[in-house]
Structures are given as C-alpha cells and as structure tokens.
Design a protein around this ligand. Structure first.
Ligand SMILES: [Mn+2]
Length: 312
C-alpha cells in the first residue's frame, strides 16, 4: 500500500486528500489553551477513526453522502508552541482551504475558533452570524491573566467586530460563571438557549422554534453568513465524557442532531467541532458523537445546496 492510499484510508469518512473537492475537513490538533484536562490535540485522529464506522456515509435523514465530494486536508502543520505562535502559523494555512472548500475543522481546543473567524471575516468581507454550541459561555475577558485562551473567543470576536452581535446564538450554556459572563451575549443583543431552556424539548418539532428564532434574526440583519462552532461539551457527559471541561446537565446527542438537522437551510459557510479529548473517552462515545455531528452538518449542507432538503 502506498502512503497515499494509506492516507485515503485514514481520512474523515475515508476521504482522499483534499484537492478540489467542494467540501473538506482539516484537523487542528492543538490544545495548549485547555484549562482543566488536556488531550484535545488527539481529537482529530479519534474523530476521523470514529467516522470510519459511518461506512458509505449516506445520511438517513438527508439521503445524501459526502463521499465523493469530500477531501481531507490532514492536520494543519502547527508548532506546538504558544497560542500566539500557533495562531500566526495557522492563518496562512487556513486561508487557501477556505477559498477552495466548504470546511469542517476538527479541533483542538476552542482557542482555534477565533483565528478561524478572523479568516472567514477577512475572506468574506463581512461579519458573520455564529451558532455556538457549548456548556461554557466563552465570554471571559481574560484567560487567567493572559489576554486570550479557549474561554475568551466569544468576547474577543464580538469586540473585534468579526460577528453580527444580534446574530450570535449560544446553545447549551450551563457552567458556573458570573452573570456578566453568562449573559454577555444576551446583553450584546444576541440569543442564548441555556441547557435549562431546552430541558424536555426532545424532538425536531419541539426544537424547531429555537432554529426559527435564529432564522428570524438572520432575516432582520441582512442574512449574514453563518458559522457553526460546536464544542462537544455542549453534550451531557453521559453522551460525551471525553472532553476537557465536562459539565453535568447538558444536551443529549439526539437534541444536538435535531438542531443540526434543522439548521441545514441556514446560509452556512463552515463549522468547527472542538474539545474532543480521547484520553477521557469511553467506548468512543465522544468521538463518535463528534463524527456524527460533522457528518450531519456536511450532509445537511450538501442536501440544501442540491435543493433536496427533506420536508419536516
Ligand atoms: Mn466548552
């Protein structure tokens, strides 16, 4: 087996190396900004491996597969150094991938999202709407005395004008935090669906109003392009134990998949899935949930662009 063939077998959904496919994934295997349990640097390889169980990739809801339209750009060759050096190395690697493919980025800790938003903001020439799934608000103004970390990117993105404040939506928030941090997005004009707000809402019909309110915001604010940032710790630790800062009382995998399915018609430009930390995983629960979410997102985008979204 040539090394090229080996690469093709180890990519996300066994996708071949990224060349000119419309969709691609890339790993960002960096976890130098984790605050509790490190390990998210091993996320990309675990999520890829879990995705191999998805076989031909034909999605049961969307009835499409990314196979044949998807490339895997491998892990970005980043230095295992400071946050600043990593981000500086990341920027020139990200830009050509965004220009060539609709990307799904696999982290890594959540500090990778800020440079990604910078890249999209620059490439698209306009601020983005963000749908942010997370247990944590990530609106802290500093990282234990340092200016930036994995829990500051929301505050930084809003301050830097990378996003449309009114079109910033958080889903699943529940960690300990001061009111100022917890409600920051709301105070800026955005939307928050805390984990508590979604208790008891289990099916697509019950969760659709949440996505409807995101749609209304987008329509009111000029239909900005949507970026989806998915911290796997939005899920309850029962569904995603393999993560650095687990928080009890989270979403179920079914809730998350229902929301992602419902969002397929939004004008999405890219997504990331971060904070999968395989050293704390059990039975690949977390990496399989992450792979399923990335796969569902990609299939939703493919079906939407083909004008073939299922009714309901
Ligand atoms: Mn988080």
């Amino acid at each position: 087996m040539t090394s090229f063939a080996f690469l093709a077998q180890s990519g996300f959904l066994k996708a071949p190396p990224a060349t000119d496919q419309p969709y691609a994934v890339a790993g960002i295997a960096w976890d130098g900004a984790t605050t509790y349990r490190p390990g998210a640097r091993f996320g990309p390889r675990a999520v890829r491996e879990a995705s191999h169980m998805l076989c031909d990739g034909i999605h049961p809801h969307f009835d499409v597969t990314p196979v044949g339209q998807l490339g895997d750009a491998g892990d970005l060759p980043l230095p295992n150094t400071s946050l600043e050096a990593m981000r500086a190395a990341m920027a020139p690697l990200v830009r050509p991938l965004i220009a060539r493919h609709h990307m799904a980025w696999i982290g890594g800790d959540h500090s990778i999202t800020l440079p990604l938003l910078h890249a999209y903001r620059e490439y698209l020439g306009r601020p983005l709407a963000v749908v942010h799934f997370d247990a944590h608000c990530d609106t802290w103004k500093d990282h234990f005395g340092e200016p930036s970390g994995h829990g500051t990117w929301v505050y930084e993105a809003i301050e830097a004008g990378l996003v449309v404040r009114e079109c910033f939506t958080q889903i699943g928030i529940r960690s300990a935090a001061s009111r100022a941090a917890r409600e920051y997005v709301h105070d800026q004009g955005g939307l928050i669906f805390a984990a508590r707000d979604l208790r008891g809402f289990v099916g697509p019909g019950q969760l659709a109003p949440a996505v409807d309110s995101i749609r209304e915001r987008l329509a009111l604010h000029g239909h900005p392009p949507v970026y989806v940032s998915l911290d796997i710790d939005c899920l309850d630790p029962a569904f995603a134990p393999g993560t650095g800062t687990p928080e009890a009382g989270g979403l179920t995998t079914n809730q998350l998949l229902s929301l992602l399915e419902d969002m397929a018609d939004l004008p999405c430009v890219g997504m990331d899935c971060v904070e999968v930390a395989p050293p704390y995983d059990h039975a690949e629960l977390t990496s399989l949930a992450a792979a399923s979410c990335v796969w569902t997102y990609l299939c939703g985008q493919i079906a939407a662009k083909a004008g073939a979204l299922p009714a309901g």
